[in-house]
Design a protein around this ligand. Sequence first.
Ligand SMILES: Cc1ncc(COP(=O)(O)O)c(C=O)c1O
Length: 457
Amino acid sequence: MTRAPSAAIAGVASRVGSNTADLLRRDAASVWHPFTQHAAWPDDDPLIIAAAEGMHLTDTEGRRYVDGVSSLWVTTHGHRVPEIDDAIRDQLERLDHSTFLGLTHQPGIELAEALLDCAPPGLRRGQARVFYGGDGASAVEAALKMAFQAAAQRGEHRPRYVHVAEGYHGDTLGAVSVGGIELFHATYRPLLLETLAVSSPGVLVAGQSRRERAHEVVSELRALLDREGNEVCAVVVEPMVQAAGGMLTHDAAFLRGVRELCDRSGALMLADEVATGVGRTGRMWAVEHAGVTPDLLTCGKGLTGGYLPLSAVLAKEAVFAAFLGSPASGRTFFHGHTYTANPLCCAAALANLRLLAARDTVAHAAAVGDRLGELLAPLASYDGVREIRRIGTMTGIEVAAVGERTGFRVCRRARDHGVLVRPLGDVVVLMPPLAIGADDLTTLVGAIDAAVRDVVQ
Ligand SMILES: Cc1ncc(COP(=O)(O)O)c(C=O)c1O
């Protein structure tokens, strides 16, 4: 029997101050949280975050924590960065919002230019266009529709997508259709687009190297496209790491193979960099590790430095060209959202990209990643640790299941040691803000080490 959330919250509320208790009770009565089982949530002893500064979050009880997952993979320079705060305030003085449908504005234009200036080669100014979305999933939806419509407007009927097992691209139905995480996606199968799937290049068969696995999955894709490639408008991949799938890293040869096979079959390569983009892998874009240019690239999450929801699709000029015609031709991309390119979001993103360049933050992130690898190395020999996977700052520590919700219990213990992290099943995710300094990084790993030893060692 599960208790009603409001009854269970009473136990938690008795351990905290009256303001926290009041907020917890009101939350339990009125709020539905994402990816949250509310029958269990009150027993999980939720925190109420009241403030943030730099690499830290503070709860309503005044306890301070290192933000070990960048507030779900978004925080870049830290929280409440003066330059980004000022850029948003400045924008607020001039224009809060105006539609991007049929009108335009300076922050939207400048951000498009700035994004193209730091895009992977082949998607730079004059080679590509920027289409804005809100969350990561909305960029993916737009890119999926672009791929289909571009083919249709070139006279090709290509109604299928190829995606990768264990992939994750967001929670809207198009994005779920190209996802491959059973727990999240199986329920919705009757509603989804019919897609074609290849195996995950990050799930190794015993004894295999990542390079061997990459070649194996590329062969699988080749066979699939040889059979059905003329029906496929896009191959959708998460470059270098399938993040929500459990930080499943793969060899760059996979991406090079995908690029080659897309060129052969006429399908577009859609690289979803919502998680990996804007520096997380120690390069500005994960596709740079493989030296390939996708036809469509989606980004979001860290685009605004972790401040506001904004995403984008970078589309090669050839894709964009397929949409040109007279207004009566029906070739328009009939897609958009009310808040597309909100000026405050664009201003935050512009300030973020400027700071990234001025501070060489991506190079710093690469060094943070290397240091993370060194600090975590001893954990690899613990009995309870199955594997540590990392690229740049994106890190997954897969722990052996010891009873139920092992990953969750490790994260809960880490909290007692002053660090907030979140698991993906039994994979404990570490993804510190790109700009994290040496001391906070040491605190982060120290807390995780202690928590892993407490729970699984
Ligand atoms: C690769 C990838 N694509 C898309 C998304 C969806 O982004 P959002 O949650 O902002 O919709 C995510 C979220 O984790 C992601 O990791």
